[in-house]
Write a protein that binds this ligand. Structure first.
Ligand SMILES: NC(=O)c1ccc[n+]([C@@H]2O[C@H](COP(=O)([O-])OP(=O)(O)OC[C@H]3O[C@@H](n4cnc5c(N)ncnc54)[C@H](O)[C@@H]3O)[C@@H](O)[C@H]2O)c1
Length: 245
């Protein structure tokens, strides 16, 4: 934390979805260790560890998300930060992409982020900050593995981010997104072990490495803290430079 509080997130009440996962877990722990009160949620049961709370919540379950918002209101009275990390993938050629999986990918990644933001909206106030997790595949075509639903959902998140930033900006609420590149987690470990996938990625990444979940902590701290007070609607790419090459 800097001496002048520029990157200070202490005392902020922050909800992190997908907190059992690689990126969500690292971000939740990173915020908590910097003094935030972190309520981590995930569709799967997980251990709270250092977090203030660890709750089961399915971001595709609208009534459950509404109940969660009411509970947050009663317990904390406000929410200063929401980090929408929960997400799933799915790779199929477009011609044979199962439509039920397409709906699930959209419902979890895109509508799940909207559902969370909308339900928690009464708890946000001036200074609150929402960070959505998009992907470099929102901004560049996925290659090697065909991933039309994922690319569409993540591109949708960048549009949703701009729309909410515009709607809620006058209330002092900021809405931004991060677009991670290739980060080693349960979601990606299989493909990142395949040389035909990994080698072209590394060759095209100026920093010549795959990301760790912890690489996302600093960007999220920045976007939740006063350091980014005049930043909204933006998508911050965190990918070791893959996208520029
Ligand atoms: N790993 C990467 O390279 C990468 C790159 C770009 C974007 N992302 C995005 O980052 C986010 C986190 O991915 P990760 O790599 O840490 O994967 P992960 O699988 O480790 O974590 C995802 C978490 O989301 C949870 N989740 C899934 N559906 C849910 C639901 N309906 N409600 C609540 N929680 C749910 C899972 O249980 C899991 O804990 C995802 O949105 C993913 O699309 C990841």
């Amino acid at each position: 934390m800097s001496g002048d509080g520029l990157f200070d997130v202490s005392g902020r009440v922050v909800v992190v979805t997908g907190a059992r996962g690689g990126i969500g877990g690292a971000v939740a722990r990173g915020l908590q260790s910097r003094g935030a009160t972190v309520i981590g949620v995930d569709v799967e049961v997980f251990d709270a560890g250092s977090l203030t709370e660890a709750l089961v919540l399915d971001v595709t379950d609208a009534p459950a998300v509404e109940r969660f918002s009411l509970r947050l209101g009663k317990t904390y009275g406000r929410v200063d930060g929401l980090v929408n990390v929960a997400g799933i993938g799915g790779s199929h050629p477009a011609e044979t992409f199962p439509l039920d999986r397409w709906q699930q990918v959209l419902d979890t990644n895109l509508t799940g982020s909207f559902r969370m933001a909308r339900s928690l909206a009464p708890l946000f106030g001036a200074g609150s900050s929402i960070v959505n997790v998009a992907s470099t595949y929102a901004l560049r075509a996925p290659y090697v593995l065909p991933s039309s639903a994922y690319a569409a959902a993540k591109a949708g998140i960048t549009g949703l981010t701009r729309a909410l930033a515009s709607e809620w900006g006058p209330r002092g609420i900021r809405v931004t997104a991060i677009a991670p590149g290739h980060i080693l987690t349960a979601m990606t470990q299989d493909r990142l072990q395949r040389p035909d996938y990994l080698e072209p990625v590394l060759a095209r990444t100026p920093l010549r490495r795959i990301g760790e979940p912890e690489d996302l902590v600093g960007p999220v701290v920045f976007l939740l803290s006063p350091a980014s007070n005049f930043v909204t609607g933006e998508v911050l790419v965190v990918d070791g430079g893959w996208i520029i090459a």
